[in-house]
Design a protein around this ligand. Structure first.
Ligand SMILES: [Mn+2]
Length: 367
């Protein structure tokens, strides 16, 4: 377990000397005598812009500053139009997890996630050498004692900012493609510096923007949306219920997990809403995915999600954002409905209401 306190965001990692030098030493030592020559760099399933920015930044840093050849490998398809647009606009290429040959690597490195999260897989044959992340270490996860280079900064809004900090320390001049990926990571995880922001995020945001391909940013920010997006949006609007400060939207089946996160951001903008819980079953992944958001005044998302999950599945969070996953026995009829019933009861219990809520019907139906 980590020593970090999830509620205060304290517990910045301490390295003797610099973080970059420490990372370099850990990787150099591990590579010595190992049969594999390359490093495997991984993130969570279905990478978002912050994960993509951190991966690209890491690839650049490892190659140019540390002289280490790295392979970036992702798990699960990218579905969200904005995230796909980022990959396509910058012509980024990632390997596929199912195709890796562990014997070619001397170890692995994880960005924007940690071991123990339900949406993260690691090859068991390889030593995990480093973690760079900004989420609270999950229960049963790996702390500084288990991972040689453990850089988890709870007070930072984006892992891309942490990776940028290493690049800054290295003295390398950012290339436009890498700068653009890092900028998008900071931009989307901090909502353009409007949430979970530290001084490091601000510096990373402005410095990466200065060097980014600015002409491609609009096409990443507002890509064309498929028709099915509008059908799914329609269903979400139909199902969302406001109960005082809480907006609850349990969607049944959804096409991809990013839609759940996007709706959580969307409903938080509702006047009077202080926190939002959105959930949906992703058949491809066999999991029920939950996103929780709180507004600036309401406080930390992590302890709230802990109560809403009621001990089921895995979850993580930082600042005003938290997410969780519950494995679903897809073959069993009614499994998704049962999860949604439990979430409904637990979320309403946080605000002191029974499973039917106490609001009148006029407040229950949004549309
Ligand atoms: Mn992130």
């Amino acid at each position: 377990m980590s020593q970090q306190d999830p509620h205060t965001g304290s517990g910045e990692p301490e390295f003797l000397g610099s973080a970059l030098a420490h990372l370099h030493e850990v990787l150099r030592t591990a590579a010595e005598g190992a049969s594999g020559e390359r490093l495997l760099v991984l993130t969570h399933r279905g990478p978002d812009p912050d994960a993509i920015g951190a991966l690209e930044g890491m690839r650049f840093l490892l190659d140019r500053s540390l002289g280490i050849q790295a392979d970036i490998v992702t798990v699960g398809r990218i579905h969200r139009a904005e995230n796909l647009a980022l990959v396509r606009a910058l012509d980024l290429e990632f390997g596929e997890y199912d195709e890796i040959r562990p014997q070619e690597y001397f170890g692995s490195l994880l960005v924007d996630t940690q071991p123990g999260f339900g949406h993260t897989v690691l090859p068991e044959e390889l030593p995990l050498l480093g973690v760079l992340d900004h989420h609270v270490t999950p229960e049963g996860g790996a702390g500084p004692d288990e991972v040689p280079h453990h850089d988890v900064r709870l007070g930072v809004g984006a892992t891309s900012s942490i990776v940028w900090d290493y690049i800054r320390e290295s003295g390398l001049e950012l290339e436009p493609v890498v700068a653009t990926a890092l900028f998008c990571g900071v931009r989307y995880d901090t909502k353009d510096l409007s949430r979970n922001v530290s001084t490091l995020d601000e510096e990373a945001y402005y410095e990466t923007f200065r060097r980014a391909h600015r002409e491609v940013l609009p096409s990443i920010h507002n890509p064309p949306l498929p028709r099915k997006y509008y059908a799914e949006l329609h269903r979400a609007l139909d199902l969302a219920c406001q109960h005082g400060p809480l907006v609850l939207c349990l969607l049944g089946e959804v096409s991809h997990p990013e839609f759940v996160a996007e709706m959580a951001d969307f409903f938080l903008r509702m006047r009077g809403a202080s926190w939002v819980v959105v959930g949906g079953f992703v058949e491809e992944e066999g999991e029920y995915v939950i996103s929780l958001r709180t507004d600036q005044a309401f406080g930390n998302a992590y302890p709230l999600l802990q109560r809403v999950m009621g001990g089921e599945g895995t979850f993580g969070g930082h600042g005003h954002i938290a997410g969780g996953r519950i494995p679903v026995e897809a073959a069993r009829e009614g499994a998704v409905e049962e999860i949604e019933e439990r979430l409904n009861v637990l979320a309403l219990a946080v605000i002191g209401k029974d499973e039917h809520g106490e609001d009148g019907p006029e407040e229950r139906d949004l549309i």
